[in-house]
Write a protein of this length. Structure first.
Length: 367
């Protein structure tokens, strides 16, 4: 049994299939469709506490191809489709960027990443890739479009549309909460609501945005003294910068601090292997880990040191390399404490920053 087939079916997937194939036929279609099972597996982001990525690149690559597949008359027209050479990449690329959350998508869904993951999660034959590439043209392998002779392209398109709708509504709920937060008058009320956003169950991207805004606000009122010579030393406020979107390949760095040159990486407790992978990405430059946990920061720090010692295999030079790369650990506890210290002006600044970066993350600044 594959990973995809073993996952409980999401209600929205089931409802879309019932609407097309009825109460009696939907289960047989689903049980025999690796494509539908894969989409169901990749839909974890609809849940509020999801750690899953939205995987819009893969969803929209499939969706883009099938929209043109239906539009150009290939639905239930297998004989013509088998002679088809594929849709031009630029056509698919431009289309996916018109979809919700797709404005910044690159070509990742059309490259081998989607095919490799699909084969891995569904147990499908790697020799029958989900997305067939043909000299800059793309199409879905026909084996995944038919179940017992039935063309399922419309069902797949409907499932993707519903997934898109759920994410849109979910994102706008958070925006509405922020809008309601802005009109509160008491600073204590605002901070009380903000605390509800910052939990171990927070969605990964929301946690990263909120933790950044808190750290930015916390550090901006702190000063250091810099200068090329004693005579040119001047006072400078600490500034924190976000390096990219939450799903970006950031090279192990989520935030950068000027003028100290500190690197911050947001992560979850999970496997400590991920922490050390980030260290390797920055050539063991000291990292401050912002961790989505309510564990004591010292406990997490000590566990990281212990893992580094074990990972070194007893080699002292490697152990020192790993230990020196762990600059600091910041948890939800510290974030909540620093937020509690904020005056009303800084709290308002914090809320505006959360709102701004969330809209950028969701491409809402263009909508």
């Amino acid at each position: 049994m594959s990973v995809a087939s073993n996952k409980n079916i999401e209600n929205f997937v089931k409802e879309e299939l019932i609407s097309i194939y009825g109460d009696e036929g939907w289960k047989q279609i689903y049980d025999n469709s690796p494509l539908l099972q894969y989409l169901n597996l990749k839909s974890g982001a609809i849940h509020g506490n999801s750690k899953s990525r939205r995987s819009l690149a893969n969803w929209y690559a499939i969706y883009s191809i099938l929209c043109f597949y239906i539009e150009q008359g290939f639905e239930n027209n297998k004989s013509d489709y088998l002679k088809f050479e594929g849709f031009q990449y630029i056509l698919l690329f431009n289309f996916q960027r018109t979809l919700y959350g797709g404005t910044k998508l690159q070509n990742h869904g059309f490259n081998s990443r989607a095919n490799d993951e699909f084969a891995n999660k569904t147990g499908s034959d790697v020799g029958k890739p989900l997305i067939v590439k043909n000299n800059g043209k793309y199409l879905i392998h026909p084996e995944y479009l038919y179940v017992n002779g039935i063309d399922i392209s419309k069902a797949v398109v409907n499932v993707v549309k519903k997934y898109q709708e759920i994410l849109f509504n979910k994102d706008n709920v958070f925006v509405q909460k922020l809008d309601a937060l802005k009109v509160l008058e008491e600073n204590t009320e605002k901070k009380s609501v903000l605390q509800e956003f910052l939990t171990v169950d927070s969605e990964a991207r929301i946690f990263e945005i909120i933790s950044y805004a808190i750290l930015e606000t916390h550090y901006k009122n702190q000063v250091v003294y810099f200068g090329w010579t004693r005579d040119t030393i001047s006072e400078e406020n600490l500034q924190l910068y976000k390096t990219g979107r939450t799903n970006a390949n950031d090279g192990g760095i989520d935030f950068v601090m000027r003028p100290l040159g500190r690197f911050f990486q947001v992560t979850e407790v999970g496997s400590y292997e991920k922490y050390f992978l980030d260290m390797d990405k920055v050539n063991h430059f000291p990292l401050t880990f912002v961790v989505k946990t309510i564990q004591d920061k010292q406990d997490v720090y000590d566990a990281l040191l212990e893992f580094g010692t074990e990972k070194s295999g007893g080699l002292e030079v490697l152990r020192e390399l790993y230990h020196s790369a762990i600059e600091e650990v910041i948890t939800i506890n510290e974030l909540l404490s620093w937020m509690e210290e904020l005056n009303e002006e800084d709290t308002n600044f914090l809320i505006e920053e959360i709102d701004r970066y969330f809209r950028i993350e969701m491409n809402m600044e263009f909508e």
